[in-house]
Design a binder for this molecule. Sequence first.
Ligand SMILES: Nc1nc2c(c(=O)[nH]1)N[C@H]1C(S)=C(S)[C@@H](COP(=O)(O)OP(=O)(O)OC[C@H]3O[C@@H](n4cnc5c(=O)[nH]c(N)nc54)[C@H](O)[C@@H]3O)O[C@H]1N2
Ligand SMILES: Nc1nc2c(c(=O)[nH]1)N[C@H]1C(S)=C(S)[C@@H](COP(=O)(O)OP(=O)(O)OC[C@H]3O[C@@H](n4cnc5c(=O)[nH]c(N)nc54)[C@H](O)[C@@H]3O)O[C@H]1N2
Ligand SMILES: [Mo]
Length: 696
Amino acid sequence: MIRRTVASCSKARNAAEFYHHPGRLNYPLKRVGERGEGKWQEIAWEQALDEIAGRLKEIKEKYGAEAVGTSSGTGRTFDEYRIRFFNLFGSPNNWGQGHICYGPSNMTALATTGYSGMGSSPTPDTKCCLMIGNNPEQSWRRTWFHILDFKKRGGKLVVVDPRRTRPAEFADIWLQLRPGTDAALLLGMINTIISEGLYDKEFVEKYCYGFDKLAERAREYPLDKVAGITRLPEEDIRQAAIMYAANKPAVILAMEGLEHSPNCIEAIHCRYILPAITGNFNIKGGEKLRAVKSKLRTEYEISLHDMVPSEQKAKQIGSDRFKLEAFPGYDLCMNYSKAKVARDHVCFAHAGMCYEAMITGQPYPIKAVITLSSNPLVTQANTKKVYKALKNLDLYVVMDYWMTPCAEIADYVLPGANWLEREDLFNVWDAFPNIDVGEVAMPPRVAGKHDRRTDYDLWRGLGLRLGQEEYWPWQNLGEALNWRLEPLGPTISDIITKYGSYIKPSQEEYGGLEFGTPTGKCELYSTVFEKLGYDPLPRFYEAAESPVSNPELAKEYPFILITGGRHLPFFHSEHRQVDSLRLEHPDPVVQVNPGTAAELGIENDDWIWIESPRGRVRQKCRYFDGIAPDVVHAQHGWWFPELPGEEPWLHGVWESNINVLTCDDADYCNPINGGWPLRTLMCKIYKCHVYEESKK
Ligand SMILES: Nc1nc2c(c(=O)[nH]1)N[C@H]1C(S)=C(S)[C@@H](COP(=O)(O)OP(=O)(O)OC[C@H]3O[C@@H](n4cnc5c(=O)[nH]c(N)nc54)[C@H](O)[C@@H]3O)O[C@H]1N2
Ligand SMILES: Nc1nc2c(c(=O)[nH]1)N[C@H]1C(S)=C(S)[C@@H](COP(=O)(O)OP(=O)(O)OC[C@H]3O[C@@H](n4cnc5c(=O)[nH]c(N)nc54)[C@H](O)[C@@H]3O)O[C@H]1N2
Ligand SMILES: [Mo]
């Protein structure tokens, strides 16, 4: 399976091209001209670390530790060391993508079951797989192979997606719903399962809390009403509910279609209610709750969340309004959690509100930011706001492999060592209990003449200069990872030499059904949400920006915009400078229904403008009849490394980057966790006429 994945991954095949690329950053850079002018001086790491630490100290003394923040991304670096540094420094302001990537699922699972990060690929015993808003054919190749094998065995597949993805083509039932209405759909399915007596009464009685209240809430979602909201035929919804409930064991795979919706936590709550009321938890072939983890020391132990004084925790931006994924929810859930291994990217400041604080100074100023392993000018919602915010800082530091648009407006740019150049310990087990790998260790494969360093070196280097000496006993990343491995036995080099880089988790115990929640049960009615001041039961509501909630706006912006469906070979904003990968996919592509496009005089492959109330960018129109006439799907992550870096170019960050159109203002966000909508906004589209004329 692993071999099949690697063979199909062009990024692995082209790793050398990445490594040797002339655009890679090799030495620390210090800005010498105006910010964004593109004038740099190479300096030594020691100078960079001394100067940055000195500035951070000044800012902390003047404005408080909370005036220093960090923007994080998704799962590539060793974020536990970032968090350790910030917790010891005393700032709760680490923000990033956790609010919309894994965080909502992790925290909803943690709150309602006491376990986190459940993922459930079908196994040979699985009879039904319900996929909601995910597309592993592009996003998780290994899972996709599991699904193909599952289909070959005759498994029943239900796919919920507004686009006809490859999984949808294989599905027994494809539900092409209106974007952003999953919570209504799932409540309708729950209602069907309960009212038609298809639920597992014994499991519900023994292990679930709040069934009657859930049943009452679900009754508010009869199928005729749900059909109206979702634009799905009533009978299809009913059949999907029956298929899921009647084919046990069943698993659910759900991701960004839910997490990028403003109604996300409620929809995800439903997603965990479904396996609970059908008794699909911890049965062979069903959904696994992780009961015993590997002995590896966890990210949680490294993060030192308990070192942040409570008055500093209370200052975490956005945590008084959006509590679930910030310290209030995190600390509450961890108190009850059985697993206590929640991945750390679930305790965050609110990104949109942090960028506002940089601009307005409210609720207090943020003056310095370290962007590491993230590229917020491309990946965060509302690029114009992010730009204005970052330009307003006293100190901006970026650590990356490349001169990204963010790096171009920084004061210091630090060169990162990538996976070929550093030790690695990949603990998939922590996140996905029933994926078939354990700990994978890797040595640094190459050493060059440049001075690229690991992210760990940055955090430790700053820590040593800022009074954290006793907490950084490990000289380098390798030593730090070996400390994590200690209880397991082998070191990284042992794993590589004795086990061929791969070691199965030492313990794999399943079967317990003790839920780590305040009631000790799986909470259909969430007492955690209730304690935090939110509705304890799931409900559907319209997005702040949708044709239903805002018909006036719909007159000017008649299309529903969904963004960021994954596309190979890219990973978010990465890899566009690697020629062989870029040649596979040279231009940004927006999918439009052919009927709609024809009506607007747009031909296949025309460049078109996509415009929302916040701005416009252009992408290449691709006819796609697997999308509704009023839904448009634009790719995310686009910038053009080949364009000049200095302002106003910033490598074309304003050209095709769909986050120029998106919005993370608090009133648009999910009320429980603050997740921002990336898939339910409104737009108009029209042809780029100038381009069209010059073509003639
Ligand atoms: N509109 C829209 N926006 C989206 C999405 C969407 O679907 N639609 N998806 C969202 C989601 S789910 C996510 S997770 C985010 C991702 O958001 P980000 O994580 O910000 O995404 P990347 O563009 O991959 O940025 C990572 C940067 O870090 C660098 N990098 C990679 N590895 C390392 C490392 O180990 N160390 C260091 N120092 N640098 C490294 C890369 O070169 C790159 O510049 O995007 C979100 N943004
Ligand atoms: N190649 C590649 N792989 C990646 C990444 C990458 O950038 N590139 N990013 C990684 C990351 S960080 C993440 S988070 C995962 C995401 O992984 P997935 O969630 O599997 O992938 P996406 O394609 O982002 O979203 C899945 C589907 O959601 C659908 N969708 C849009 N709106 C809605 C809606 O309202 N409801 C429903 N039900 N579906 C909707 C889209 O049409 C899309 O097909 O991928 C990971 N894998
Ligand atoms: Mo993500």
